[in-house]
Design a protein around this ligand. Sequence first.
Ligand SMILES: [Zn+2]
Length: 233
Amino acid sequence: MAQLIDITKVAVAPQHFTARVTIANGGPLTTDQDLVGTTHVYNLLPDIIDHACLGDKGATFKDVMGATEVAHLLEHVAIELMARTGIAGDISCGRTWEVTGEPRTYDVQLACPDDVLVASALSSAAWILQWAYSGARDPKPDVDAIVAGIRSLVADADALAAKREAEKAEQEGAGADGGAAGGGAAGGADVVAGSAATPDAGEAAPLEAPAAAGTPNADATPASADASARAHN
Ligand SMILES: [Zn+2]
C-alpha cells in the first residue's frame, strides 16, 4: 500500500473544516479489518479512547474504536493532536460520514478554531495511520515533536497573515483599518502587529478595533492554503 489516506480536498467555513479523504485500495476501511494496526494507534495515543463521541452507540470513542471507520479514527487522532497543542481551545466536536457514490471516500469535519491548525493536524494524523497500518516500523512517530511542529506552523501562518493584513492596511492607506490589522492574529504575530498598529491610526480606529480583531479567519485563508500544501508532500 503506497499511501493509505489521500486527502483530496478541503473546505473551510468559519466554524468547520471539512476534508474529503479516500482510503487506498488494500487499506483497511474499518478498524476491525486490521486490529493490529488499530492497536498501534491506541498505544501511541491512548487518550483518544476518552474522547466524547456522539454519533454511534456509546458516549466515548472507547465504545466504537474497535469497529468503526478508519476515517473516523483519523478524525479522533486529529482531534487528539489539536488538543495537545494547547492552542485549539475547546474542540470537542467532529463528524465523519461516507460520501455517497464515491467508494472508499469519507468527509471528515472538524470544528475549526484555526484552519492551519486543523489542516496540519489532519495531515499528521493521516501520517500516523499510515505508519500504524503499514507495519508500525521504526521510526515510531514522535507525538511531542509532531505537536510542536503543528504549533509552529500555526504561529508562522499567523505571523504571515498579520503581515499581509498590515500590508493591505498600508495599501489602503486608511487609518480606520490600520488599528485593527494586527489584532486578530495570536501568538507569534506580535512583532509584525506593532508596525500595523502604529501608522497614523485614524479617528475611527480605537473603537472599532475589538470587533475587527474577532474575525481573523477570513484573512488567514491564503496563508493556510500554503501551509496545507506544504503539509501534504
Ligand atoms: Zn467520534
